[in-house]
Design a protein around this ligand. Structure first.
Ligand SMILES: Cc1cc2nc3c(=O)[nH]c(=O)nc-3n(C[C@H](O)[C@H](O)[C@H](O)COP(=O)(O)OP(=O)(O)OC[C@H]3O[C@@H](n4cnc5c(N)ncnc54)[C@H](O)[C@@H]3O)c2cc1C
Length: 331
């Protein structure tokens, strides 16, 4: 079998590596960072991620870490609030743990880690290529957005809470070990005013300040950016693209990891079976198109200050369903 080079050992790249290795392909997994590592992420794991973790052979190990069990969603818009019970329990699991489980499973399946920054080779290669290198940071115009996160100790909750103050939003979600993750995004304009001081940001967002008062931060804030939303499906590229490299879905959906696992697995299957790249792109569009469209509408409403109004008319479970991957996913 022709070897497969995979760029990125996040959820998408490791899922692709496990899948291709399990089908007997030699895999080189390019990852520039040492793993495990913390990553800016809300760490909300959609219920739909669990079947994929099972296919990848890591569900039992993830379960042994005792992820936080999330049964409820709350959206806060100023003084108004929308909440609902999830139809199926979600998990809160740190990226430190999740990415490590997937990466170690990829290595034990036979993938070889190449600790390098991958760059496109000048000449055409024999190897098939999977690009799972995360989101693009190329911002064309407009105000830039940055993400931030820290872990806190204190009382835990089974609810994932999203707060939408002016200039950004933030989520509060339990993870394993009785830790609470606080993660959000904010405009560069706002962050510059406060010199990228995220404690000050929470103070300026009174509902978040109130919510985090009983909590104690465990370590320094992490930040990332700029963030660029939307999909960039491109059949012309001579590579199987997966995860955020296909498109970055808004963090408020809490569905990016699931999308990465799903499309990573699809890329691993397609590369191992020599499926044309255009067909892989078509299947990814089918799986992810709806969630990008729904997230784009909600993003527009948040920017226009109409999210509260929109959320009043759309049932919570429908909103949740529309922002998850759908379509048929190859076995
Ligand atoms: C603020 C914020 C909050 C979020 N909250 C949630 C949430 O609660 N739930 C959820 O499901 N999703 C959330 N997401 C989205 C989620 O983090 C992503 O969808 C997910 O990480 C995508 O996985 P990936 O494998 O595609 O990319 P990544 O996890 O970004 O992995 C890409 C990997 O590629 C490596 N890499 C990149 N370029 C190269 C190179 N040239 N050579 C070698 N290695 C390379 C990087 O080091 C990285 O490890 C959030 C995102 C942000 C920014």
């Amino acid at each position: 079998m022709r070897p497969i080079d995979i760029v990125g050992a996040g959820p998408a790249g490791s899922a692709a590596a496990i899948t291709a290795c399990d089908l007997g392909c030699p895999v080189r997994l390019y990852e520039k960072s040492a793993l495990p590592r913390h990553k800016v992420c809300g760490e909300f794991l959609s219920p739909g991620a669990r079947p994929v973790l099972e296919q990848l052979g890591v569900l039992a190990e993830a379960e042994r870490l005792r992820p936080a069990r999330i049964s409820r969603v709350e959206l806060h818009f100023g003084r108004s609030r929308k909440s609902w019970n999830l139809a199926e329990e979600a998990w809160g699991l740190s990226r430190y743990a999740l990415d490590d489980i997937l990466y170690r499973r990829a290595l034990s399946a036979g993938a070889v880690h190449v600790r390098e920054v991958w760059t496109a080779p000048a000449a055409a290669q024999d190897n098939r290529l999977i690009l799972a290198r995360g989101r693009s940071t190329h911002v064309q115009k407009g105000s830039r957005l940055f993400g931030f996160k820290a872990h806190f100790r204190g009382p835990v909750s089974d609810t994932v809470e999203l707060y939408f103050p002016p200039g950004g939003y933030a989520g509060v979600c339990g993870v394993e070990g009785g830790i609470t993750n606080v993660c959000g995004i904010a405009s560069e304009k706002l962050l510059r005013k406060i010199d990228f001081d995220f404690d000050e940001l929470l103070r300026r967002w009174p509902m978040l300040a109130e919510r985090t008062r009983p909590l104690t931060r465990c370590w320094d804030w992490l930040s990332t950016g700029p963030l660029v939303f939307g999909e960039q499906f491109d059949a012309a590229r001579n590579a199987y693209v997966a995860g955020d490299a296909l498109g970055f879905i808004d963090p408020f959906t809490g569905s990016g990891i699931q999308g990465g696992l799903v499309t990573g697995r699809m890329a691993g299957l397609a590369a191992a079976r020599n499926v044309p790249v255009a067909e892989h792109v078509r299947l990814c569009k089918q799986a992810l198109g709806r969630q990008y469209a729904a997230a784009g509408i909600f993003r527009g409403a948040v920017r226009a200050g109409l999210a509260d109004w929109l959320a009043r008319f759309v049932p919570g479970r429908l909103l949740f369903y529309l922002t998850r991957p759908g379509g048929s996913i190859a076995a």
